[in-house]
Design a protein around this ligand. Structure first.
Ligand code: SAM
Length: 289
């Protein structure tokens, strides 16, 4: 009888999540990080970087739809989008569903992640690679936002957790760089961890967002492969309250969008935080005052 194999996520200090492995597609090191790509009967292909789950073919739509459509539909007139990180390019696919968007630039540090995501996750990223509005620059996202003259309406930080190359993407300096690249009325959304199991990651992200942006909020989503409860996405803006616009306008803007998780009601409800997350957010911001 063949031995059943498991790939174990090692991202959390006190918890382990294991995926049954039916096939190993890649087990490798890029210059930046360890890369594991396996197949699982429930999740399809599962990508881990440095032992942290990044994306699975079965549930990627949840995180990508919520990261893309919430700020884009709230803004209502987005033309230029910057993605920082986002190596698997599933987020770009969601962003490019918006016909009014003229340019999506992605700044990703690891060319190897992009290359094998292109070979192995074509089911959700082929449309992005075929779209002339989409470009990728291989660079450190923090360097880019600290130096570029380009400006964007929405910036999405689809980062790894704050270890290795991803650590800089949770700092106050990086968020200040995002602010300088944002047009008036612009919105930043950041991967801010799973508050129950990554409380420090969540509070650091929210505290640093609040140090830089007058409007610093967060919203939540539930993705099976990011275990440990709700995942939080940070929201930073100079002037955009996440309670705007009214639900009817969101619904009208979303009326032609094909989604599997996002609805205008889910959009609005995502900002209603469970009490333990709300308390952690308030404490993170209050610590500076
Ligand atoms: N959705 C995933 C999650 O929440 O776990 C993240 C997916 S995406 C694969 C994360 C990407 O961020 C990786 O491809 C990684 O190479 C990239 N990344 C990490 N640090 C970076 C940096 N400093 N600049 C640009 N990209 C970075």
């Amino acid at each position: 009888m063949s031995e059943q194999r498991w790939l174990t996520e090692t991202a959390f200090a006190n918890m382990r999540l294991s995926f049954e492995v039916t096939r190993v597609l890649q087990a490798d090191h890029s210059p930046q990080q360890r890369i594991d790509l396996i197949e699982n009967p429930l999740f399809g292909k599962v990508l881990m970087l440095d032992g942290a789950t990044q994306v699975t073919s079965a549930d990627e739509f949840i995180y990508h739809e919520m990261m893309a459509h919430v700020p884009i539909l709230a803004h209502g007139a987005v033309r230029d989008v910057l993605i920082v990180g986002g190596g698997d390019c599933g987020l770009a696919e969601e962003v490019l569903k918006h016909a009014g968007i003229t340019r999506v630039m992605q700044v990703e540090i690891d060319a190897q992640v992009v290359e094998f995501a292109r070979s192995h996750f074509a089911e959700f990223n082929a449309a992005a690679f075929a779209d002339p509005r989409f470009t990728i620059e291989i660079a450190d996202g923090a360097d880019f936002v600290g130096t570029t003259d380009q400006r964007f309406d929405v910036i999405l930080v689809d980062s790894t957790d704050p270890i290795g190359a991803g650590a800089v993407l949770f700092t106050k300096n990086f968020y200040a760089g995002l602010r300088r690249c944002l047009r008036p009325g612009g919105i930043v959304v950041t991967q801010s961890g799973v508050p129950f199991v990554q409380r420090d990651e969540f509070t650091t992200a929210i505290r640093n967002l609040a140090r830089v942006f007058p409007v610093a909020e967060c919203y939540v989503l539930a993705t099976p492969s990011y275990a440990g409860g709700h995942m939080a996405l940070g929201w930073g803006s100079l002037d955009r309250d996440p309670c705007d616009p009214p639900l009817e306008i969101l619904a009208e803007r979303a009326s032609t969008l094909a989604t599997r998780y996002y609805t205008s009601e889910v959009h609005r409800a995502a900002f209603a935080l469970p009490r333990y997350i709300l308390d952690a957010k308030i404490a993170a911001i209050a610590a500076d005052r």
